[in-house]
Design a protein around this ligand. Structure first.
Ligand code: ZN
Length: 469
C-alpha cells in the first residue's frame, strides 16, 4: 500500500517493523466539550485506515489517549486550562466533565461507526509514567527546571522541526492570545513537561512529584502512553494536521530523547474541515456536532459518506448545501442497494475478487476513499449477479463503514411496517412537541420509551421515520 508520510513528504510503500502487525497511535480528544464534526473527520479517516489495514491482512494494535489534564487552550502551553474551563462553564468537577465528554465522544463515534481502539488510556491514569519520563529527560540533560516548572530543552536536539522548515524567529510561542511570553523558557520552542507553578491556582488535579505538587504538560502523555502499550517503536502515528506543530513535533523530540533512537517512521495527518470562509472556528456561528446534524435531519452515515467522498489530504468544505447533497447521494445509493437484499445463492468467487480488486487498487493508492466509493457504483453497474454484488458491497463496507446493507434493510422495514401501534404514534407526537419546545431532555426520554417498545425513530428531511427494531 502506498501511503503519504508527513515526515518524508512523500507517498511511500507502507511497511511495519514486524511483518503483518501494525502498532498505530492516534491522538485522542481533549474531553472538555462535545466533539466538533471537524475533529470527527480525523477520527473517521483514522478509522478507515485501521479497517483497511485489517482488511489487507494486518493485525492492528490501535492506541488512543484521552486528554483529561494538562491541555491549555493554546497548544503551545499558553492560555486557559481546557478542562478547568469546561468545569467552570458547567459548575462541575474536572473529573465529572472528563467522564461526561468521554462518554459523549464515544457515543458520537458509535453513531459514525468509528470502532473503539483496542487501547483507550486517559492521561490521568498514567501519572507515574509521566513523572518517570520527565526524570529520565532531566537525567539525560534534555530538560531543565525553571520557575518551578520542568521544560524540554529543544536546543539540545540536532533537529527539532520535523514536519516544517520553521525558523525560530517565526514562532510566536508564548505570545499568542494576549498571554505574555514565558520568561522561564531558554528557547522559544521549549515546552512544559511538568507544571508546578502555574497561573491556575484553582487547578483541581495535582499530583506529588519530585518537583512539588503539579500536573503534566499535554505533549508528554502521548509519548508515554504510546510506549506503555507499544514499546519502544510505533509503526504509524496519526492525528489532525493541526497536531503537526507543536504537538507531534514535541512528541518526537521527547520520545527520541528518551529512547536514544528513532520512534515512529510514518506520520498520517488528516486535513481540516473548513467552511467557505476558511478554517472552521468554534466561535463563529453554530457549534457543529453530530447531534446538531441529526436535529437538522441528516444521518450520521451521510456525514461519514460526505467525509469519504473527499481525500484525507485535502481540506473539506462544509456547508449545509454540501450536506444536503451528501444525504441525497447516500439515500440514492441505499435505494440502489435495496434490491440486492433478496439475492439468492452463493457469490461468484472469481468475480467477487475482481470487484474487490478495484477497491484495493483505490485504497492502496494513499487511501483514496473517494475512488473507493466510485467502486461501489461500479459494483452496482457490473454484470455480476445480485449475490456477488451484495457480497462485494458487504466486504467494502467492512472498511468504509457507511452502513450500506443495514440502511437498505431499515429502508425496506420502514415501508413494510405500516402497522405502527397507536401507543408509539402518540409518543412520536409527544416527542415532536417536546422538540418544538426545545426540551431535548424530554424528547430523548420519549425516544427511550419508544425504543423500549421496540421501535426506532429518526428525523429526516422528509419527516420522522419510524422503524421496527
Ligand atoms: Zn498526541
Amino acid at each position: 500500500m502506498l501511503l503519504y508520510n508527513s515526515l518524508t513528504r512523500e507517498k511511500e510503500v507502507f511497511r511495519t517493523a514486524e511483518p503483518g502487525k501494525v502498532k498505530m497511535y492516534t491522538c485522542g480528544p481533549t474531553v472538555y466539550h462535545y466533539a466538533h464534526i471537524g475533529n470527527l473527520r480525523t477520527y473517521i479517516m483514522e478509522d478507515v485506515l485501521e479497517k483497511y489495514l485489517s482488511f489487507s491482512g494486518y493485525d492492528v494494535l490501535r492506541i488512543m489517549n484521552i486528554t483529561d489534564v494538562g491541555h491549555l487552550t493554546s497548544d503551545g502551553d499558553t492560555g486557559d486550562d481546557k478542562m478547568l474551563k469546561g468545569a467552570k462553564r458547567e459548575h462541575k468537577s474536572v473529573m465529572e466533565i472528563a467522564q461526561f465528554y468521554t462518554d459523549a465522544f464515544f457515543a458520537d463515534c458509535e453513531k459514525l461507526r468509528i470502532q473503539r481502539p483496542a487501547v483507550i488510556q486517559p492521561a490521568t491514569g498514567c501519572i507515574p509514567e509521566f513523572i518517570e519520563a520527565v526524570q529520565k529527560l532531566l537525567g539525560k540533560g534534555y530538560a531543565y527546571e525553571a520557575g518551578g516548572n520542568v521544560y524540554f530543552d529543544t536546543a539540545k536536539l540536532d533537529q527539532y522541526y520535523r514536519f516544517h522548515d520553521f525558523k525560530e524567529e517565526d514562532l510566536e510561542v508564548g505570545v499568542r492570545e494576549g498571554v505574555g511570553a514565558d520568561t522561564n523558557k531558554r528557547n522559544k520552542a521549549d515546552f512544559v513537561l511538568w507544571f508546578t507553578k502555574s497561573k491556575f491556582d484553582d487547578q483541581e488535579l495535582k499530583w506529588q512529584s519530585p518537583w512539588g505538587m503539579g500536573y503534566p504538560g499535554w505533549h508528554i502523555e502521548c509519548s508515554c502512553i504510546g510506549m506503555k502499550y507499544a514499546g519502544e517503536t510505533l509503526d504509524i502515528h496519526c492525528g489532525g494536521v493541526d497536531n503537526m506543530f507543536p504537538h507531534h513535533t514535541n512528541e518526537i523530540a521527547q520520545s527520541e530523547a528518551l529512547l536514544g533512537h528513532a520512534w515512529c517512521p510514518h506520520w498520517f495527518h488528516v486535513l481540516h474541515l473548513n467552511d467557505a470562509s476558511g478554517k472552521m472556528s468554534k466561535s463563529k456561528g453554530e457549534f457543529l456536532t453530530v447531534s446538531l446534524l441529526e436535529q437538522k435531519g441528516y444521518s450520521p452515515m451521510a456525514y461519514r459518506f460526505f467525509c469519504l467522498q473527499s481525500h484525507y489530504r485535502k481540506s473539506l468544505v462544509f456547508s449545509w448545501e454540501n450536506m444536503d447533497n451528501a444525504q441525497a447521494a447516500y439515500d440514492k445509493l441505499i435505494a440502489k442497494i435495496r434490491p440486492l437484499l433478496d439475492a439468492q445463492g452463493e457469490p461468484d468467487a472469481a468475480k467477487l475478487d475482481t470487484l474487490l480488486g478495484g477497491f484495493r487498487e483505490a485504497m492502496d493508492n494513499d487511501l483514496n476513499t473517494a475512488q473507493g466509493i466510485t467502486v461501489l457504483y461500479d459494483v452496482l453497474k457490473s454484470d455480476a449477479d445480485a449475490a456477488t454484488k451484495r457480497a462485494a458491497i458487504a466486504a467494502i463496507d467492512t472498511v468504509l463503514s457507511i452502513g450500506l446493507l443495514e440502511s437498505a434493510q431499515a429502508m425496506t422495514d420502514s415501508e413494510q411496517n405500516q402497522e405502527i401501534p397507536a401507543e408509539v404514534l402518540a409518543l412520536v407526537e409527544a416527542r415532536k412537541e417536546a422538540r418544538k419546545a426545545k426540551d431535548f431532555a424530554k424528547a430523548d426520554a420519549i425516544r427511550d420509551e419508544i425504543t423500549a417498545l421496540g421501535w426506532s425513530i429518526r428525523e429526516t428531511r422528509q419527516g420522522t421515520e419510524i422503524t421496527k427494531l
